[in-house]
Ligand binder design. Structure first.
Ligand SMILES: Cc1ncc(COP(=O)(O)O)c(C=O)c1O
Length: 371
């Protein structure tokens, strides 16, 4: 493995220091939850090694959400990040080929890169509404392709595939006897028409998710992968056991009690997201210097500075970061140019969010190139 740190992690708010940021528009999750407010008593918890697949009751709960999925199909992992790592390192060797959607959450691209295998990108572009070209995807499959990796709802664009598009991609995986990995970390934040779990639709599909993004629990590092394929289940468990045996029982316990009551928590989360999203939508609709593809799920969008707006992009970020202490996620976090920026609308409080958008306007106004 050739590990390399990713810009999205080096420049992340937690690395810069939350205290130095006035408006944090860089987060891709909802507001972080506070343990005390969850009303969970951990006093009697035995700090033993946990079940290697993960706490059975938690796996039952996750499986119960989808027809055709059982607790044994679920492998708990240290966040979705560890699930993605387990999958890539289990399925890919140097001589293999993988097809990855781009832009994407960086790990989906970086782990195959660190393995040193061949990568083809399924590039999404603004002009096409960030929707995948399925005909092109079909043409990317080779004899040594092991899997296709997509994220839905998508990070950083918030675009949601429809049922027909997902089915076509599953068909490609099945016809070619390869796997389809669907990073569904934002699935519970779909605005409307939530897709079925990909793993419930085909033995060739592997679903990945976590409690980090939709529920604001990234600090407990709790995620999972789901597959109905028995040989993959064995392979992924072997990988997990070799990396870290089992999850933290504390994390599992918190996630379990949270998910038992998630309908209660999600109402408040949705109200907050809806409020910020309506502010964002009004702001974007009238914007003369920015354009976007309206997201259909998740808590991020990926607008870009209009080409004809005449903005000095380097200056814009300098002013936005230094003068206004405001941080969206710049395009280079996603291997795109910095005229794109990811704006997270789920994490900041309403006042911080509005102020952040005002700061973007001010920084843009101060960065207009002189003719
Ligand atoms: C699409 C996607 N997948 C996976 C992750 C990793 O999340 P975690 O490991 O906290 O579950 C992230 C984090 O930003 C993400 O955006």
């Amino acid at each position: 493995m050739r590990y390399k740190r990713m810009p999205i992690e080096i420049e992340s708010p937690e690395q810069i220091g939350y205290g130095t940021i006035d408006c944090n528009l860089a987060e891709s999750s909802v507001s972080d939850a506070v343990l005390g407010k969850l009303d969970i008593n951990l006093g009697e918890l035995v700090l033993c090694y946990g079940h290697h697949l993960g706490k059975p009751e938690l796996r039952e709960l996750i499986a119960s959400e989808s027809k055709g999925i059982s607790a044994d199909d679920v492998l708990l992992t240290a966040g979705a990040a560890a699930a993605l790592f387990v999958i890539s390192t289990s399925l890919l060797e140097k001589e293999d080929h993988v097809i990855v959607m781009r832009p994407n959450y960086a790990t989906n691209i970086e782990t195959p890169k660190a393995i040193g295998c061949e990568i083809s990108y399924l590039d999404l572009n603004f002009e096409n509404g960030f929707r995948p070209d399925i005909g092109k995807l079909r043409g990317l499959v080779k004899a040594n392709t092991r899997f296709i990796s997509i994220t839905c709802p998508h990070n950083p664009t918030g675009v949601l595939l429809n049922r027909n598009e997902i089915q076509q991609i599953i068909d490609i995986a099945e016809e070619n006897k390869i796997y389809l990995v669907v990073d569904e970390t934002y699935r519970d934040l779909t605005f409307a028409n939530k897709l079925p779990l990909a793993a419930s639709l085909s033995d060739r599909a592997i679903s990945v998710s976590s409690v980090s993004k939709a529920y604001g629990l990234p600090g407990i590092r709790m995620g999972w992968l789901i597959t109905k394929d028995k040989s993959l289940q064995e392979l992924f468990l072997a990988a997990k056991e070799q990396i870290y045996l089992c999850n933290s029982v504390v994390d599992e316990e918190i996630a379990y009690h949270y998910l038992l009551k998630k309908e209660m928590f999600i109402q408040e989360i949705r109200t907050h997201i809806d409020l910020n999203f309506s502010v964002l939508e009004n702001w974007m609709t009238l914007h003369s210097k920015l354009e976007w593809v309206r997201p259909a799920g998740g808590v991020v969008c990926f607008p870009r500075i209009r080409k004809n707006a005449g903005i000095d992009i380097e200056k814009y970020y300098k002013i936005l970061n230094s003068t206004y202490a405001t941080f969206p996620g710049p395009g280079h976090w996603f291997e795109m140019d910095d005229s794109y920026m990811r704006i997270g609308f789920g994490w900041p409080k309403a006042a911080e969010f509005r102020r952040g958008l005002d700061h973007i306007d001010s920084a843009l106004a101060l960065s207009v190139l002189l003719k």
